[in-house]
Design a protein around this ligand. Structure first.
Ligand code: SF4
Length: 376
């Protein structure tokens, strides 16, 4: 089984916290989508006859372009790949792009999961982050999507936003629950260097949120979601039964995926490749049939560390059998750290699988870093 990720690198506006690859110049979109379709044909062998279990349109904001262009990509995939009958087809979208006609067409084209970039239901927060939508559009987008036949919906929410309080965060979660959203991805705001927020911070115009306050919001999130029947299957992801994201889970479980479009990454278990992160260059290189990506073969150390980084954050945890298969020597080296974390109550052991406790979830990145191998 394999997955396909399609990077649609266009957005209406630039959000103040975002450092993804995208352009707000939409004029080249038809040429770019044609290039993505070409890439899908050129790289058909990457997946071969393996059934495609998930297709994920991410970005950027895929919903900002015409649905006919999105459908061209889907048609190209259907023509060139074997699609599993239960294929999960997700489209990332923003609330301000959604209207009834568009939603009905997307559903008809086969999109069966919507990932709505709500980020906040609070107008002050949305304005502060330079989001293109308002609170009413956020709420209406979920109601409308449900009315148009989408039952598999996930939304993104951000906590730890400067100028907000615990009350602001609690209200977001209450609204999410009221709307009956079955999946939530919740992220703590991080300030990246090459963003508007990063620039404000450098100039002293923005004071980042206190770590302790973010932690309290994260703790509240975990309790709230558990109480309301959502499983935290990854640190930032919560799902009601049967709504776990198949696509993201496949990443974390190390399954094969093909990523097409500018800046998209692909992984086949041994090698990782990444496409050029420049729209005009991508179009040109595909047209001239020249190399448009670079690749690296993962060393044993990369495989070991990557396994820890992705798996430790999930409910599937890290299994000794898997780590032994990668490198028994590296595992022996990391074993004392595993033991210490068990003793400190950050990890629990079930059979040969280690998973994070709630206490461990608050310091997950630190635990991963300590477990990484530095065996040459
Ligand atoms: S819409 Fe999404 S991808 Fe586009 S700028 Fe905002 S956060 Fe970044």
């Amino acid at each position: 089984m394999a997955g396909i990720y399609v990077h649609v690198p266009f957005c209406k506006v630039k959000c103040h916290y975002c450092d993804f690859h995208f352009s707000v110049q939409l004029k080249n979109r038809a040429a770019l989508i044609a290039s993505i379709c070409n890439e899908l044909v050129i790289r058909q062998n990457y997946i071969g006859d393996e059934p495609v279990r998930t297709i994920y349109f991410g970005g950027g904001t895929p919903s900002v372009i015409e649905i006919e262009l999105l459908n061209e990509i889907l048609q190209t995939i259907r023509l060139n790949y074997t699609i599993d009958p239960d294929c999960e087809i997700t489209l990332e979208c923003n609330p301000d792009d959604l209207e009834e006609e568009k939603l009905i067409a997307l559903h008809k084209f086969g999109v069966n999961r919507l990932s709505i970039g709500i980020q906040s239901f609070n107008n002050n927060v949305l304005e502060f982050m330079n989001r293109a939508h308002n609170s009413t559009q956020a709420t209406n987008s979920v109601i409308m999507a449900k009315a148009c036949g989408f039952d598999n919906i996930t939304i993104d929410l951000i906590y730890g936003v400067p100028g907000t309080t615990m009350e602001t965060w609690k209200n977001q979660l209450d609204l999410m629950l009221e709307l009956g959203v079955p999946h939530l991805s919740a992220y703590c705001l991080t300030i990246e260097e090459n963003t508007v927020f990063g620039n404000w911070q450098k100039k002293g115009k923005l004071k980042p949120y206190e770590d302790q306050e973010s932690l309290k919001q994260f703790q509240y999130l975990i309790d709230f979601m558990e109480k309301n029947g959502y499983e935290q299957y990854e640190i930032s992801n919560f799902a009601r039964p049967s709504f776990i994201s198949k696509h993201n889970s496949a990443y974390w479980l190390g399954e094969k995926y093909l990523g097409v479009g500018p800046s998209a990454h692909s992984f086949n278990g041994a090698k990782r490749s990444w496409n050029v992160a420049n729209n005009p260059k991508y179009i040109q290189l595909i047209k001239k049939e020249e190399a448009f990506n670079e690749e690296e073969t993962l060393s044993l150390k990369d495989q070991f560390n990557e396994y820890i980084l992705t798996r430790l954050r999930t409910k599937w945890g890290i299994a000794l059998a898997d780590l032994t298969e990668i490198s028994a020597e590296m595992l022996a080296d990391s074993m004392p750290v595993l033991m210490d974390n068990i003793a400190e109550g950050n990890l629990v052991k079930n059979g040969d699988v280690y998973t994070l406790t709630n206490q461990g979830k608050y310091i997950a990145d630190g635990i991963s870093a300590d477990l990484f191998s530095d065996v040459p």
